[in-house]
Design a protein around this ligand. Structure first.
Ligand code: COS
Length: 379
């Protein structure tokens, strides 16, 4: 067991850390207020290799592997959770196209995602009536006159208003998970309509929109992977995506803990700093302990993926633990800040709002428990 980072991993982590400290952390509150991440920030991140950390160098990616990706995600999230989720979904879309796409699909879309020619990628799986249960989706794709025609609606689509390419799941066959296929739909395709931004609790710098597909016609070559193979593509993509969200949780909780420590050293009550009170010390100590456990679980899942070994169970364990840990850590950080923690003067309340969704998106905590329990019982 080796806990040391190699040269590439150190370089990627440090690059992400420097960018996050210099650009993201000072502006995270402004991104939230503007409800937008500036296009130049996304372009700069692509320039640093952060939009394709695990994509081949030949396609403009950093080719630095899943562990580097997790480390970079922790750093970016430590700076700005909204930017981190945009990065997470874009990397996930790039990886799924690289894994399942044809040479033509990869050449067109993976390169554009990694290079920043596309601002972002979008992952269109969820629907108003199909969140935890994608097998219930109603969007259809039918083959008509040599093209695929998509009809239906999607919900909660991160970056759906800025994405250059969408991976869209639709029913091409029988009911259930076996009847689903995945398609690549370019942003701006006629019939792809983007709805209004959701008015969310947190991650307000990142856009979340509903989509509708109104006779949206795409070429035959837009099918990603095999006909009827869409559900497995989604599950495999989400396995990797869950490592990214676990890493996002570690990053946000790290920022919250750092800020709580700084506040505890500064804030005076009863004639001494509040950090001198055991009650505060124990909150900080518990937060640090749980956070380190979450960090190791995320990196373990990433290193299994890097070794091309099965990691579905470990990704769910990491995502479940990291998201629930981050919530507790950030909640303690708010408590340490006292009344100020409940105001926008400090970042703690934004972290709390930002991280709540991590127990919901890319599979709720309940879904992670289903995956973990099924693996245990099958094994
Ligand atoms: N990798 C590869 N294949 C997988 C897989 C994985 N991680 N998970 C499931 N599969 C395969 C199964 O092996 C099965 O294949 P066969 O039909 O050949 O046996 C098929 O997919 C169906 O699997 P299963 O029966 O387990 O599907 P369920 O409908 O019971 O769903 C859960 C299982 C709940 C785990 C799944 O629907 C899920 O992850 N839901 C959450 C979706 C989600 O995260 N949504 C958020 C979207 S992004 S914000």
């Amino acid at each position: 067991m080796d806990f040391e980072l190699n040269e590439t991993q150190t370089l990627v982590r440090d690059t992400a850390r420097q960018y996050a400290e210099r650009v993201l952390r000072p502006q995270a509150a402004a991104f939230e207020k503007a409800e937008k991440i500036p296009a130049e920030v996304l372009a700069e991140m692509a320039g640093l290799g952060l939009m394709g950390v695990n994509l081949p160098a030949a396609r403009g990616g950093a080719e630095a592997g899943p562990v580097s990706y997790a480390l970079a995600m922790m750093e970016v999230a430590r700076g700005c959770a909204s930017t981190a989720v945009t990065m997470a979904v874009t990397n996930m879309v790039g990886e799924v196209i690289e894994a399942f796409g044809t040479e033509a699909q990869r050449a067109q879309h993976v390169t554009a995602l990694a290079s920043g020619a596309y601002k972002a990628g979008a992952f269109a799986l969820s629907e108003p009536e199909a969140g935890s249960d994608p097998g219930a989706m109603r969007t259809t794709a039918t083959f008509e006159g040599g093209r695929w025609v998509l009809r239906g609606a999607k919900q909660w689509i991160t970056s759906g208003d800025i994405a250059g390419v969408f991976v869209v799941w639709a029913r091409t066959g029988a009911p259930g998970t076996a009847g689903l296929s995945a398609f690549l739909v370019e942003g701006g395709t006629p019939g792809l309509k983007v709805g209004h931004h959701e008015d969310k609790m947190g991650l307000r710098g990142s856009s979340t929109v509903p989509l509708s597909f109104d006779e949206c016609s795409v070429p035959e070559g837009a099918l990603l992977g095999s006909l009827g193979g869409g559900f497995k593509i989604a599950m495999m993509a989400l396995d990797g995506g869950r490592i990214g969200i676990g890493a996002q949780c570690v990053g946000v909780a790290t920022a919250a803990l750092e800020e709580a420590v700084a506040y505890a050293k500064d804030r005076q009550q009863f004639g001494k700093t509040i950090g001198e009170f055991q009650a505060v010390q124990w909150m900080l100590a518990d937060a640090k302990t749980e956070l380190e456990a979450a960090r190791l679980l995320v990196l373990r899942a990433a290193s299994l993926k890097e070794a091309r070994r099965p990691f579905s169970q470990e990704a769910s364990v990491a995502k479940l633990f990291a998201s629930e840990t981050a919530w507790r850590v950030v909640n303690r950080a708010v408590q340490v800040h006292g009344g100020y923690g409940y105001t926008r003067e400090f970042a703690a309340e934004r972290h709390l709002r930002d991280i709540r969704v991590a127990q919901i998106y890319e599979g709720t905590s309940e879904v992670q428990r289903i995956v973990i329990a099924r693996n245990l019982l099958r094994g």
